[in-house]
Design a protein around this ligand. Structure first.
Ligand SMILES: [Zn+2]
Ligand SMILES: [Zn+2]
Ligand SMILES: [Zn+2]
Length: 438
């Protein structure tokens, strides 16, 4: 870190950002987004996009000015808010309606892993490092792990729809009072964020350092948890994995020595830039009570920017490995490409059945058992968002499980078996995020 800092300290990134606040509140911008919202609402009748622009207008409005009130009023327009929220409150920012089902719980708890069921265990060896292994047959839809994320960030595309603290979908969010980047579902969430990570990241956002939030949040937590983590590292609990504890996050691999020097340099520079701005523009060092704190902050920033790149989840045995939403699914990605991605990012050679037997990707597979046409027609309506109500989604999910079960015992891989598994994933996403009434 020190070497890279010395080497790069004349780069404009260390000077130009400090000269002007690029992303501060601005009534001028707020007005611009409000007009764009009006345009979409009145002329194009696109309520959903209009709502997001009105929320953006609120995020940019200067505090307590007339403009902020107008921005709130526009968003509360008769037809815009979801009727359930509207019925109870037009302006308040309280969470009123939950847009997802309650989070499921694990039935057979794993004695060694807080968040997991007993159908998995953690193993460790020379070849694969640390890995998760299935201990029994896992059926489609079985819940094997439920865990609150240690740190989280809202995707850029959803930042005017989801609370930045609790991630709840919310149509009437309130903004951070200082930056334009984060909004919350409630005063509670705003206070919670301001007490913790956001009191440091807010100023960085205003200066234009808006990327890489996740690594920054983890490193900021690390500063306040550093002392506890040292104690936890000394107290061996016999390999128990606790949820929400910093020790587990700190112990994720960085692959520092396996990665190409070019990437390590890039990550180090990123850590140096954040160190520079945290040290000079926030009170983090003043407020932290640990020995050698400048050094610790540098180390944690570097440690977490490196570890963000290379943490995979892999369930192996009994039959299939499917990496789900990542780009290494055997259904869509060839073996060569999968092995390359896994080597570059996670430094391991996959030996799942699909890799060992070199299965062809989905389009070259035999179709397998037919998926009923009536089911596919309903799915199509869901994808087009023509129907999206809870009971339909729940019913489709049940049907999808039945279809998957009916394929049990048939030879895999088959195109339709892969297909129905993908649909189950999609249905879970629909269940978790219903954009009602739009
Ligand atoms: Zn919230
Ligand atoms: Zn802020
Ligand atoms: Zn594989």
């Amino acid at each position: 870190m020190d070497y890279v800092y010395k080497l790069t300290k004349k780069l404009p990134i260390f000077h130009e950002k400090s000269q002007k606040m690029q992303y501060k509140k601005s009534d001028e911008n707020s007005l611009k987004y409000r007009k764009e919202g009006n345009e979409l609402f009145i002329r194009k009748k696109d309520n959903f996009k209009a709502l997001q622009l009105y929320t953006k207008s609120i995020a940019y409005a200067e505090n307590n000015g007339e403009n902020l009130s107008i921005a709130y009023a526009n968003r509360s327009a008769e037809k815009l808010l979801h009727r359930q929220q509207k019925a109870k409150s037009l302006e308040s920012s309280q969470k009123i309606y939950s847009y997802h089902d309650s989070i499921p719980t694990i039935k057979n708890k794993n004695p060694l892993i807080d968040a997991a069921s007993d159908s998995v265990e953690i193993g460790k060896n020379e070849k694969w490092g640390r890995y998760v292994m299935a201990t029994k047959d896992i059926k489609p839809g079985d819940i094997i792990c439920v865990e609150k994320p240690y740190a989280q960030e809202v995707a850029v595309t959803s930042k005017y729809l989801h609370c930045h603290e609790c991630l709840e979908l919310c149509y009437n969010m309130i903004p951070c009072e200082n930056c334009t980047e984060v909004l919350y579902c409630s005063e509670n969430c705003r206070e919670q964020a301001n007490k913790t990570y956001h009191k440091y990241e807010c100023i960085l956002f205003q200066l234009g350092l808006r990327e890489q939030r996740l690594f920054l949040r983890v490193a900021l937590n690390g500063m306040s948890e550093y002392k506890n983590m040292k104690v936890d590292l000394m107290n061996d609990e016999g390999g128990i994995y606790r949820s929400g504890r910093y020790k587990e996050i700190y112990e994720l691999l960085t692959h520092k020595t396996d990665r190409a020097p070019y990437y390590v340099f890039q990550d180090t520079l990123e850590a140096v830039v954040f160190y520079h701005y945290l040290k000079n523009f926030t009170d983090i060092l003043k407020e932290t009570d640990i020995d050698n704190k400048e050094q610790v902050l540098k180390e944690l920033l570097l440690h977490h920017t490196l570890s963000m790149h290379c943490n995979a989840t892999c369930i192996e045995k009994p039959k299939q490995i499917d990496f789900g939403q990542t780009d290494v699914s055997f259904n869509t990605t060839s073996k060569v490409q999968r092995q390359y991605e896994l080597q570059i990012h996670y430094h391991f050679t996959c030996e799942c059945e699909a890799c060992v037997k070199d299965w062809p990707t989905g389009e070259y597979l035999r179709a397998g058992k037919h998926i009923p046409k009536s089911f596919m027609e309903k799915m199509l309506k869901l994808y087009k968002q023509e129907i999206i109500d809870k009971s339909t989604v729940d019913k489709l999910l049940n049907d999808a499980f039945d279809i998957a079960s009916s394929m049990k015992g048939l030879p895999i891989p088959s195109r339709n078996y892969n297909y129905i598994n993908g649909i189950i994933c999609d249905l879970f996403i629909f269940q978790g995020n219903r954009l009602l009434d739009f």
